[in-house]
Design a protein around this ligand. Structure first.
Ligand SMILES: C[S@@+](CC[C@H](N)C(=O)[O-])C[C@H]1O[C@@H](n2cnc3c(N)ncnc32)[C@H](O)[C@@H]1O
Length: 258
């Protein structure tokens, strides 16, 4: 039975890499369904809620803040005092570290449940209110319409790009990031990189099964996609393994010409 299950699982993995990708509509619908199923056994872990990650939760924010600061320092900058936006804020693990440093912290997420949890955690840990914005994965540009173009000083995004439904969705998010950034704004985006191995490839099908591997990029491809969306990559840091997963890259971006 175990052997049969392993064989079937292997066959499904093979299909996910060699079969044509599912339609964009099917993938975004599956993503919405996945993140709406708050009763699923791993939902709180995948959403990085305090109740899901346990002790690890408190170490996520300080680590991402330190990494962000070291990337910004390469441009002689620090976390800006103005408006900071996190795309995919989950249960607030990063928000509790970043929110006290800025005038306004904006959490964006596909799940209202997580937005409420993020707000509660920031209030409990820092006494600060944050702004929250619910996003549909099919239309990330609505965030720009809601907040206004050119109004964000720093965008951060951690542990999210790999679970965007497709590279097309990731491109849409990068365009929204470009449009949100002030002329002298910056973004730090974490991606999962494709190292050319079987396990590193983007899955492109069966969202629920492959949630944390849906969208990976070869480094040079991601660099080029950012440039196509009007974002200038400056520095890239590789983190082959952290406490949560493997094959991560952090890219520091500004608006081209900004
Ligand atoms: C792994 S958690 C990461 C949470 C947080 N960034 C952190 O580092 O702890 C992924 C989060 O991304 C959210 N998410 C999934 N798809 C999204 C999308 N298309 N746009 C914004 N958020 C999304 C999920 O609801 C979840 O809260």
């Amino acid at each position: 039975m175990g052997l049969l299950r392993a064989a079937l699982s292997g066959a499904r993995d093979t299909v996910s890499r060699v079969a044509p990708p599912q339609s964009q509509r099917a993938l975004t619908d599956a993503a919405l369904a996945h993140w709406s199923d708050t009763e699923a056994p791993r939902w709180a872990v995948e959403s990085h809620w305090r109740s899901g990650l346990g002790e690890l939760w408190s170490s996520v924010g300080p680590r991402q803040l330190a990494l962000t600061r070291s990337l910004l320092a390469s441009l002689g900058r620090d976390v800006p005092e103005g408006r900071v936006l996190e795309w995919g804020c989950g249960g607030g693990a990063n928000a509790v570290s970043f929110a006290p440093l800025c005038r306004e912290y904006v959490g964006v997420d596909i799940s209202q449940h997580s937005l409420d949890e993020c707000r509660d955690q920031v209030l409990t840990h820092t006494g600060r209110e944050i702004r929250t914005v619910l996003v549909d994965p099919a239309t990330p540009e609505t965030v720009v319409a809601e907040l206004g173009p050119g109004t964000i000083d720093l965008v951060v995004c951690f542990y999210v790009f790999e679970l965007l439904p497709s590279s097309r969705s990731a491109t849409q998010v990068l365009r929204a990031v470009h449009d949100l950034l002030a002329a002298d704004g910056a973004a730090v985006i974490q991606i999962k990189y494709d190292d050319g191995t079987w396990t590193g490839a983007a899955r492109r099908r069966d969202y629920h099964r492959h949630v944390a591997h849906m969208t990976t990029f070869k480094i040079h491809e991601f660099w080029a996609i950012c440039e196509q969306q009007g974002l200038r990559p400056h520095v890239l840091t590789l983190v082959p393994e952290d406490e949560l997963d493997t094959r991560y890259a952090y890219v520091l971006l500004t608006r081209s010409g900004g």
